[in-house]
Every structure is written in C-alpha cells, then in structure tokens.
Write a protein of this length. Structure first.
Length: 154
C-alpha cells in the first residue's frame, strides 16, 4: 500500500516538474511580427521586388492607422473595468458601443489593406491566395483558421 502511494506521489511530482506545453496560438499576438506576414506572402505567392515594396508600404500604413485605435481601445478597456466595478450599466452600454465602433474601425483598416495588397497581385497569385483569400486573411498557411474549405465566400 505504501509503495503504491509513494509511486503515485512520485508520478505526480514528475508530471508537475515538466515544463508547460506552449498553447497553440492562432491569429495575432506576441510572436511572429508583421514582417513574417510579408515573408509568407513573398514565399507563397512569389511576389516580385516591386510587389514586396508595395506590401511593405501598405502594412506600415496599416500599422500606423491601427496604433491610434489600439490606444483608444486600451483607454476604453480601463474605463469598462471601472464601470463594471461600479456596477454602472449605462456606462457599460456606452463603453461597449464605443469598443464595438473601434473594432469596426480595426476590421475596416485590415480589410482595406488586404484589398490594396490583393490589387497588386497577378491573376495567378490571386488564385494562389485562395478562394477565401486564406493567405491574406490568415487561413491555411496564414496563421489562424479561416472559413471551412467547403464554405465559399461570394
């Protein structure tokens, strides 16, 4: 009995001593930066030097546009926390509407950037980008799950 208890403790200790397994990451966040997106497009679509320069410029402009929106979002998130703590439902409604508006702005900035990039592609490169623009929008080989393969966006 003591031996099995000791073995259980030893096994539990061994499991706890293991380094944490990194969580699978999807989408944006810490890790590969914007240049990786540009590199991935260059490699997967065969962008020429002129296209690479255009993509780099488009992405730099998007990052600049997103910067102000991110700062506003941080301020709103702090205000939301305070409204939650205060139980102020009217403020919560107003702040969440403002956050929704910022999310819309971020989505529009991203979509407009992808449209500019798409416009620089040749017909063959557009085909390689995928029917749902997986390489541009982050689907297969793009870092995060996109629409299911049988789901076609028209």
């Amino acid at each position: 009995m003591r031996a099995s208890f000791a073995l259980s403790l030893l096994a539990a200790g061994a499991l706890l001593a293991q380094p944490p397994v990194p969580a699978q990451r999807f989408g944006r966040g810490p890790g590969p930066g914007p240049r990786d997106f540009e590199t991935r497009l260059t490699q997967n679509l065969g962008l020429n030097a002129e296209q690479q320069n255009k993509v780099h410029t488009i992405m730099a402009e998007a990052r600049l546009s997103q910067q102000g929106v991110r700062q506003q979002n941080q301020t709103l998130q702090a205000s939301l926390t305070e409204a939650i703590k205060a139980g102020d439902e009217a403020k919560i409604d107003k702040i969440t509407q403002d956050i929704g508006s910022l999310h819309q702005q971020q989505t529009a900035i991203h979509a407009k950037s992808m449209a500019k990039i798409y416009a620089t592609l040749t017909p063959d490169q557009k085909t390689k980008a995928g029917p749902n623009l997986e390489l541009l929008m982050g689907g297969p080989m793009g870092g995060r799950p996109g629409p299911r393969p049988n789901h076609q966006i028209q």
